[in-house]
Design a protein around this ligand. Structure first.
Ligand code: EPZ
Length: 422
């Protein structure tokens, strides 16, 4: 199994280029299912999750051509509208084919994603919404089986804000007959990016960026060429890498307008934050101030940055309270951070972090994508060597992280953990 070896204590400085957003690229790639014409996408990040989704789409019969970060898909001949368990269990976002397949083909069979490390992550809202649009949805033998002659527009109110739930139903509504109103919809920038792609394909959507989306269904959508937005979580992660090491890091091609909540917290922690049209720079003090975090849907503080800020707080001056309101089990990085000497007390959905003067390098294990990022950040500042194991989690959402960190001065290399076993 692959791991990262990190020699901590280096102050990071320099600039790094942000890649395309994983959580925008995944729904946008699925949107290609909505038309029989080619869809060309630029700035698609080269990540394990994208590879998995392209494999899934290919086995459905979608033609896929990929050159670097440009992907052209054509779903003219979908022969197999099925998302099997083997693929879905490795990437829950596969559920995003459910809406487009049902709307375009009138049929879909998608394996229930099941839970994951950070929580149960049900898809009841996806099913409720598709049913409301007139699909016959049955859950049988672990699969969601949806059928519909043609979806009919309706009014849907989400019980809670769900990013992929909003995305699935937005794609389905685009081809439904009549008007669909999605209330209590997610406002995440990645949802907005998907909506803009759908508009480029001929969809009629009002309220983009708000919590109420009004979709006037059309009979067909055409191909398009579109550039995926930059990844705000990747950008935030590298800015935190500069911050935790007392460094000075600029992230270029960053989605600056989508980073307000994160940048305000970095300023609160004592960093000097400057930004331009498409770049953000963070210059950090020798030691940060501890900052309280409460995750919430956009435009609040993103849950995908919670682990990274917990790492910052472990070596900051003072004590912080971190409250995770989105997922029920998203503190697994805490016990690994404690192996590095962090002082963290977990009480349900709240973590109390008391800053310590220093962390000490140790072997730690990644459990999920963003937890891995938090552990890497802690390793950058811990004394001695930190080995982060099971970094396949990291590769799901970060393009060549060790190369980007090394370009900022980090002493980091990829290795194999099983190779060192006696
Ligand atoms: C998306 O997951 C992201 N993934 C997650 O990023 C992100 O953490 C999350 O949104 C929150 O921002 C992608 O976009 C591919 P939700 P998603 O549906 O859509 C509950 C990463 O690290 N819920 O917004 O699965 C759910 O259990 C990943 O890149 C239901 O109860 O999250 C959770 O508590 C991790 N029923 C809350 O809502 C449903 O039908 C928010 O989940 C749907 C969701």
């Amino acid at each position: 199994m692959e791991c990262l070896h990190i020699e901590g204590g280096v102050r990071l400085a320099g600039e790094v280029i942000c890649s395309g957003a994983k959580n925008a690229a995944l729904p946008i790639l699925c949107a290609a299912l909505l038309t029989d014409e080619p869809v060309t996408l630029h700035n698609v990040p080269q990540l394990r999750d994208v590879d998995t989704l392209l494999r899934l789409l290919t086995q459905m019969g979608v033609s896929v051509e990929r050159t670097g970060s440009t992907v052209t898909l054509c779903a003219r001949a979908i022969t197999h509208p099925v998302a099997p368990y083997e693929l879905v269990k490795t990437m829950r976002a596969s559920i995003l084919v459910l809406g487009p397949l049902t709307a375009r083909l009138g049929e879909a069979r998608v394996s229930l994603p099941g839970g994951c490390a950070i929580g149960a992550r049900p898809v009841d809202q996806h099913i409720k919404g598709l049913t409301a649009l007139g699909a016959e949805v049955r859950v049988e033998h672990g699969d969601v089986h949806a059928q519909a002659r043609r979806l009919r527009g309706t009014r849907i109110v989400f019980d809670m804000i769900t990013v992929t739930g909003t995305e699935n139903l937005l794609m389905a509504a685009a081809l439904a007959e009549g008007v669909t109103v999605l209330e209590n919809a997610a406002r995440e920038p990645e949802v907005q990016d998907l909506a803009q792609l759908l508009v480029a394909m001929g969809a009629r959507i009002e309220g983009i960026g708000s919590d109420t989306l009004v979709v006037h269904g059309v009979s067909r959508l055409h191909g398009a060429e579109y550039r995926v937005m930059s990844d705000r979580i990747e950008a935030g992660t590298y800015l935190c890498a500069g911050a935790i090491t007392g460094g000075d890091v600029r992230v270029r091609r960053a989605p600056t307008a989508a980073l307000d909540a994160v940048l305000l917290k970095l300023q609160e922690a004592g960093c000097e934050v400057t930004r331009g049209e498409e770049w953000v720079r963070v210059a950090a003090p020798a030691r940060l101030r501890a900052v309280d975090i409460r995750t919430s849907p956009y435009p609040g503080f993103p849950t995908d940055m919670q682990a990274q800020f917990m790492a910052l707080d472990t070596v900051a001056e003072g004590r912080a309270m971190i409250r995770e309101t989105i997922f029920e089990n998203r503190f697994m990085h805490a016990v690994e951070l404690q192996r590095l000497g962090a002082d963290i007390h977990i009480d349900g959905a709240t973590a109390i972090v008391t800053g310590v003067p220093r962390l000490e390098g140790a072997r730690v294990m990644a459990t999920d994508l963003r937890a891995s990022a938090g552990l890497v950040l802690a390793g950058l500042v811990a004394e001695g060597e930190t080995v982060v194991d099971r970094i396949y989690h990291l590769d799901r959402g970060y393009e060549r992280m060790e190369e980007k960190l090394a370009a900022l001065g980090a002493r980091i290399r990829r290795g194999r953990s099983d190779a060192e076993l006696p």
